[in-house]
Design a binder for this molecule. Structure first.
Ligand code: GLU
Length: 463
C-alpha cells in the first residue's frame, strides 16, 4: 500500500515549496490508489500557532488536496515518543547527555581552532569499558541518539538518484530536548513508522537529515520508506524563495485572483513534466504522476507563466462560478460596494473573461457596471471632442427610447453613424471612455446591453 504524507510546521503560512511537495505526495498516493496523510509538526511550541494551522488547512482545502488521515498533531503524541525513546535508551541506542550549551560551545570552539569538524565529542555516549562523567546537579539532560560511528548511509533518492553520506560527517543527534519535547528528526521517524508511510517527498533542505533518520529507522527495526527530495523553488532573482523574498502564502494567491486549478497545474509543472504538456487537469495529473520525471535541479518561479496558466482556466471557468468569485473580489476591494450577484454579473463575466488573467482583473471590469468610473483626462481630451458631442447626444436620445437589448442598441448606434457620417471607432471610442473609462472594451452593443440604461445614458452626458 502506497502511503504518503505532508508534514508542515505551523510556524507560518503554507509556502509554495511545501504546497508543491504536498501536491506531489497527494498525486503519488492518488495515482497508485494509496493514501495521503496530513501531519502537523507542531513541536516548535514557541513558534507554532493556531492561525498557521488554520491557514495550512485552508490552503490544502483550496488546492483540493484531500487527505485520508489527519490532521495528526505531533504534540498529541508525546506519550508515544516517550515510549520509543525509553525503548532506545534501554536498548543502548540512545543516552542522556548532560553537557550544557556553554560546555558544548567551548568544545566546538576548541575544535574550530584546531581546524576540526565541530561535531559532538561523545562525552556522554556510553561504551563498554568507558566511565561516564558524574551526573551534574541541577542540569536537565537531553537525549541523544547513538549514531553509528562509521560506515556510510546510502539511499536511492526518488528525485536525486543515489546519495551517500558518511556517518563520520554526522554526530549523535539530540532527539529529546531538556523540556522533554522530541526534535524534528526523531518525531518524524516515529511518525513515518507508525503511520506506515511508504514514500516521503520533501524539500531538499532535509537531505542532510535523512542519514540520521535512516539510522534511527534501523535502530528501531522499522521498515524504511523511500525518500524523494525536491529542489527548492527560486525567485526571479535566482535566489531561494523565502518569506522575505517573494514567497507569499498559497492563500495570497487565492486573494490575488488565481483559480486553484491554475495553481495546481502551475505548481505541478514547476519541478515535474509529462512530455510537453503545459496545461492539464487534476485528473490528468493523477493519471500521469508516477514519481518519474521530477526535476533534479531547482525551478524558477515565473509569475508571467502563472498568469498565462490562470488566464487559460479563467476562460474555461463556468460563468456562475466566476460571478461568485468576482463578488468576493469586489467585496475585498471596495468595502462600501456590496454587489448582489445580480443576473447581469454572469453575463459580464462571460463577456470579459477572455481578456482577464485573474479574477481581480475581472472584478475590475465588473466594478465599472456597479460604481462610477473616472475616465482618464487625457483619454477624454483625445476622444470626447466637441465635434463628436452632438453624435453622443443623439445616441443618448436613441438609447433612451429603444428596447434595451443588444440588437436594438446595435441598431441605435448604426442610426447615429448613418445620420452623422461618423465611422464606428469615432463614435465607439468616446462612448467607451465616457461609460467605462477606457477605450479598450469588447463590442459596444454587448457592453451597453449589460448596463443599467439610466447609468449608461447619464455617463454619456458627462463632461
Ligand atoms: N516539518 C518539516 C518541514 O516543514 C517536515 C519535513 C518532512 O517532510 O520530513 O519542513
Amino acid at each position: 500500500m502506497i502511503r504518503t504524507r505532508i508534514a508542515p510546521s505551523p510556524t507560518g503560512f503554507l509556502h509554495l515549496g511545501t504546497a508543491r511537495t504536498a501536491l506531489y505526495s497527494w498525486a503519488y498516493a492518488r495515482h497508485y490508489g494509496g493514501q495521503f496523510v496530513l501531519r502537523i509538526e507542531d513541536t516548535d511550541v514557541a513558534r507554532s500557532t493556531q492561525d498557521s494551522v488554520d491557514q495550512i488547512l485552508a490552503s490544502m482545502r483550496w488546492l483540493g488536496l484531500d487527505y485520508d488521515e489527519g490532521p495528526i498533531y505531533q504534540m498529541q503524541r508525546l506519550d508515544r515518543y516517550k515510549e520509543v525513546v525509553d525503548r532506545l535508551i534501554a536498548g543502548g541506542k540512545a543516552y542522556h547527555c548532560y553537557s550544557t550549551p556553554e560546555e558544548l560551545e567551548a568544545t566546538r570552539e576548541a575544535k574550530r581552532a584546531k581546524g576540526e569538524k565541530t561535531l559532538y565529542d561523545g562525552r556522554w555516549r556510553p561504551a563498554s569499558g568507558k566511565t561516564l562523567p558524574a551526573v551534574p546537579q541541577g542540569v536537565l539532560p537531553v537525549v541523544r541518539f547513538c549514531n553509528p560511528l562509521d560506515g556510510d548511509v546510502t539511499w536511492n533518492d526518488l528525485v536525486k538518484g543515489p546519495i551517500t553520506i558518511s556517518n563520520r560527517e554526522i554526530d549523535d543527534l539530540i532527539i529529546v530536548r531538556t523540556d522533554g519535547i522530541p526534535t524534528y528528526n526523531f518525531a518524524v521517524v516515529v511518525d513515518d513508522w507508525d503511520m506506515q508511510i511508504s514514500h516521503v517527498f520533501r524539500g531538499d533542505e532535509h537531505i542532510n537529515n535523512t542519514p540520521w533518520q535512516i539510522n534511527m529507522f534501523h535502530a528501531l527495526g522499522a521498515p524504511l520508506p523511500q525518500f524523494g527530495h525536491c529542489p527548492v523553488i527560486l525567485g526571479d532573482d535566482g535566489q531561494k524563495l523565502s518569506k522575505r523574498r517573494g514567497a507569499v502564502s498559497v492563500t495570497a494567491y487565492e486573494d490575488g485572483g488565481y483559480l486553484p486549478e491554475a495553481m495546481l497545474n502551475y505548481l505541478a509543472r514547476l519541478g515535474w513534466s509529462h512530455g510537453d504538456e503545459e496545461l492539464f487537469t487534476r485528473e490528468q495529473l493523477v493519471s500521469w504522476f508516477d514519481g518519474s520525471h521530477l526535476n533534479k535541479s531547482p525551478a524558477q518561479w515565473d509569475p508571467a507563466k502563472l498568469l498565462w496558466v490562470n488566464a487559460h482556466y479563467i476562460k474555461q471557468a463556468d460563468n456562475a462560478r466566476l460571478a461568485q468569485l468576482v463578488v468576493g473580489q469586489l467585496a475585498r476591494q471596495t468595502t462600501s460596494l456590496v454587489v448582489a450577484a445580480d443576473s447581469r454579473l454572469e453575463a459580464i463575466c462571460a463577456l470579459f473573461k477572455d481578456r482577464c488573467d485573474t479574477t481581480v482583473a475581472l472584478a475590475g471590469w465588473a466594478g465599472k457596471f456597479y460604481q462610477d468610473v473616472v475616465p482618464d483626462a487625457e483619454e477624454m481630451t483625445q476622444h470626447v471632442t466637441e465635434a463628436v458631442r452632438p453624435a453622443l447626444q443623439m445616441l443618448a436620445e436613441k438609447l433612451g427610447a429603444c428596447i434595451w437589448d443588444k440588437p436594438s442598441i446595435a441598431a441605435a448606434i448604426k442610426e447615429v453613424l448613418t445620420a452623422t457620417g461618423l465611422k464606428m471607432p469615432q463614435l465607439a471610442m468616446p462612448v467607451r471612455v465616457l461609460v467605462l473609462g477606457t477605450p479598450q472594451t469588447p463590442s459596444l452593443d454587448s457592453v451597453l446591453a449589460l448596463f443599467d440604461r439610466q447609468t449608461a445614458i447619464a455617463r454619456l452626458g458627462r463632461t
